[in-house]
Design a protein around this ligand. Sequence first.
Ligand code: SF4
Length: 481
Amino acid sequence: MKSVVIDKRRDKVNDECGVFGIYNNDNLDIVSLTHDGLYGLQHRGQESVGMTVIKDGEPFTVKDIGIVSTVFNEKSISKLPNGKISVGHVRYTSHDYLDRAATQPLVMRYIEGSLALANNGAISNFAEIRSGLEMGGAIFQSNSHAEVIGYMISTHRIDCDSIEEAVLKTMDDLKGSYSLVISSPSKLIGLRDPHGFKPLCIGKINNSYIISSESCAIDSIGGEFIRDVNPGEMIVIDDEGFHSFYSENKKTTSLCLFEYIYVARPDSVIDGVNVNLARRKAGEILFNENPVEADIVCGVPDSGLDAAQGYASASGIKYATAFIKNKYIGRTPDGVGADKKQRLLKTRLNVIKNIVYGKRVIIIDDSIIHGNTSAHIVKILKEAGAKEVHVRISSPEFVHSCYFGMDLPKSEDLVSNRFSVDELKKRIGADSLKFLSVEGLHKTADGCNIGLCDGCFSGVYHADKPKIIFEDKFANKIKKF
Ligand code: SF4
């Protein structure tokens, strides 16, 4: 099994994963619908993709490293029969390499047949659970948290009367974040961790049910949004409809605020808040907290655009499109030198010169991790003739890492821990630099019907951080190809 080494030093918060599933009560073409649903979640992960279809209790799977359009071609998709249940996954890995064995859905055979699992999240007691299982003789194929979860479900199933009971028992054991879609031979199950770190929602298309990371994917296949899966809730769908169960493992709810700022698609609604409106509001608050005189307001595509519109409408300063983003450039391969990286950055993002020439420009971006991208953006704006460049960031400064599924660098590697705002302003070459406050960030999610996590900005986490970090020995042995 080959793996791919990937460059994790990108100057952006990396997305996570997207999960999707359908329980087919209408003889729908669920292969096509799941394919389209995964397209709707592609922004959450572009490193691997997969789909499992359950037909007559048997799983059929196509998955690989790549994106929806490259993995699902005519030949591969013809291997999937139309069936009763589907489970789909798009993945961004938070490890330093792509392990083909960890691509999802993960299909496991156990005492009651097969399980297919697709997960978004990071189990914070993963290392303890996995080493405990290994000490008992368990053998794992991958470094995937989903594999450990599947193993626990199958172990609990031996003493439980139903898959529902086994999954609820597994929820009692897990800490951290997870939003999962699971198929058994006859049921589709969706569950969200008791903190509700990651979004998960339920939809309907005709008489069939959908479980999805985001509502935009339900919309994209012509479905109707029903509601969010609540923190600590397990939804089980079978021939009689959908049933709700709750874990007794109650926790402080803690939806990741960065879903609103960056991760989710603007046309999604998460826990009662429209993502586009949250981003616009971030821009409005950013202006109220950090006004500056200028001629135009521009956003860095894609997640800075809505916030820029909010800043423009609150300030009365004209909104303008300053950048064209080339969406066809994938990730930067490992081993690429600094010059080539700069060229790739330039190819990815180009300035429309006549828009910015001679102007005082306010540029809105969603975050600063290392500062290289911000420096590049200021440089190309000034090269294009911008008279002044004022940088406004629609999130607070990142000063802590994330332990719950977002791939942030260690605290000491975050640029805001190495330089003051004024020093950073000079380093990136901006005429001014300001961030949204933590209070302002919370206001962007006004109306959210669960609690919120701001741990990477405030250092306050509502869940236990990992006590032990899992050391993946396999990671040192893999080869590039
Ligand atoms: S620590 Fe930050 S990135 Fe991680 S879940 Fe909380 S808000 Fe999201």
